[in-house]
Design a protein around this ligand. Structure first.
Ligand SMILES: [Zn+2]
Length: 477
């Protein structure tokens, strides 16, 4: 999201109004969400309450975990631990905040924050209203209900229509398709592009490998944000438990014309079928190279989305377990089980420790014409006493049945407190167009649940439950 002049002015006005409101109406005490006496604040985005946001109020400023900014508001977030720096939003005009500092850098220069970002129990908190208004959202505080209302500009009729101001330094439009995600599961390589790409492929021997060139393409911001891609734009996809594939490598092979090359390193020569569906490119490996395309022969397409990845650890547990690792382990187990289902084709949004932008996860499922989308996460709260399994849907008509079914099976498997199947506007389930759900297996911030969720047999039990839930939903039992 690029911040135009108007959005900037608007945010200054909103910000000033908020400060006035804060002066006149808020008590002058420091409040914490965890303090027993404090009334918690809530956040409403486009008319929907954001669940699990757990804001902390510091000197009248609502501070939210950075996870809310990335998962709920859909901004890309980069976290540079050594520098204590958080970068939010588009690469071209990011908002840069520093832990402990009340000065932030934006496209329009240095700006002052009400409160500096801080880290508590491995969670980074940023001032919500500041970030929201900087990103062009309408922000309103209602004292009576202690609610922060956020509106995306398109949905707020009270805000003037956005006017595009001419860009002072126009960027030459690139004709390159962005390569947004690369994953491998079910003997299938999936490449997600931002536009149509006509791949060129060849099979080579000594050592056996399949080379796929993507003409007029370049890595998109999601993949470029990965530390693993490095400055040379060379990355490796770890492939586990495949008899056919050693690893997948990818690189910016040429800059003119810009070409991304993906190489599948094989254990032995094998046939393949390469084809496109929407902006997705699939390379299906099998001995005679005649694997039917994904979703044919009446097969249901299931997209499994392990949350977070690479620099985005997700929640960090009480003993340091990273959410991104736990959910990948569970996700890979789910994919391995689904692979054995004769009537299901599975796609993973990520199959190793790679960061994929939230929009791109939804795009993969939409482009694949998937029948079901399931995102896997681990929960985190400030209080270590918070426990339980919960599942979210964004649109009740489309996804509540799926969410209810997944919740029933997964909660039974974990044996954790049943926190229910609930509505929330997480980006990945809001932007997918098919039935979609997001399951929070348990709380990494609770010692017992964290320990269980890292156990192999517990993860397998959860994976079996997810598969049972998906099959029940798809009428396959
Ligand atoms: Zn998560």
């Amino acid at each position: 999201m690029k911040l135009g002049n108007l959005a900037w002015k608007k945010s200054v006005v909103v910000f000033a109004a908020l400060m006035l409101l804060a002066l006149f109406t808020l008590p002058g005490t420091v409040r914490h969400a965890s303090a027993a006496a404090a009334v918690e604040a809530s956040i409403v985005l486009d008319g929907q309450t954001i669940n699990g946001a757990e804001p902390v109020i510091v000197n009248q400023t609502t501070m939210v975990p950075i996870r809310v900014v990335s998962e709920q508001l859909g901004y890309s977030v980069n976290w540079n631990q050594s520098a204590g720096r958080v970068t939010i939003g588009a690469e071209a005009s990011p908002l840069v905040l520093t832990i402990g500092s009340t000065t932030a850098d934006s496209a329009s220069g240095s700006v002052q924050l009400e409160q500096p970002p801080f880290v508590r129990s491995s969670t980074t908190y940023v001032p919500l209203r500041f970030v929201g208004s900087q990103m062009g959202l309408g922000v309103k505080w209602e004292q009576a209900s202690r609610t922060v209302f956020l509106q995306t500009p398109a949905q707020d009729p009270s805000l003037p229509p956005a006017v595009e101001t001419p860009d002072p330094t126009p960027v030459v439009p690139s004709n390159n398709a962005s390569i947004d995600a690369i994953s491998f599961s079910d003997n299938r390589l999936t490449i997600s592009a931002g536009a149509n790409v006509t791949p060129k492929s060849s099979s080579l021997a000594g050592p056996d490998r399949i080379v796929v060139d993507l003409p007029n393409s370049a890595f998109g911001p999601g993949l470029l944000a990965n530390g693993s891609l490095g400055s040379g734009q060379v990355g490796t996809l770890t492939v586990e438990n495949s008899s056919l594939v050693k690893q997948v490598r990818y690189s910016l092979f040429s800059e003119s014309p810009s070409t991304v090359r993906v190489v599948i390193d094989l254990n032995r020569a094998v046939g393949y079928n390469i084809y496109a569906e929407g902006n997705l490119i699939f390379v299906d490996l099998n001995d005679d190279g005649t694997a039917p395309p994904i979703g044919t022969d009446g097969k249901k397409v299931v997209v499994i989305d392990p949350g977070h990845g690479d620099h985005d650890s997700g929640g960090v547990g009480i003993t340091g377990v990273k959410e991104k690792d736990m959910v990948l382990q569970v996700g890979l187990k789910v994919a391995a089980l689904l692979k054995q289902e004769p009537n299901i084709d599975v796609i993973m949004t990520r199959s190793d420790d790679t960061f994929i932008a939230l929009d791109d996860r939804a795009k993969i499922a939409n482009n694949a014409g998937a029948d079901v989308f399931l995102s896997i996460h681990g929960n985190k709260a400030n209080a270590s006493s918070a426990v339980g399994t919960e599942t979210y849907y964004a649109d009740a008509a489309r996804s509540k049945t799926l969410s209810d079914t997944i919740q029933k099976h997964v909660q039974q498997a974990t044996g954790f407190r049943d926190r229910g199947s609930k509505q929330a506007n997480f980006v990945v389930i809001r932007k997918t167009t098919m039935p979609g759900a997001l399951v929070e297996v348990g709380f990494l911030s609770n010692k017992e649940e964290e320990a269980l969720m890292m156990q192999e047999d517990f993860q397998q039990k959860v994976a079996l439950a997810i598969v049972a839930g998906l099959k029940e939903y798809l009428g396959m039992n």
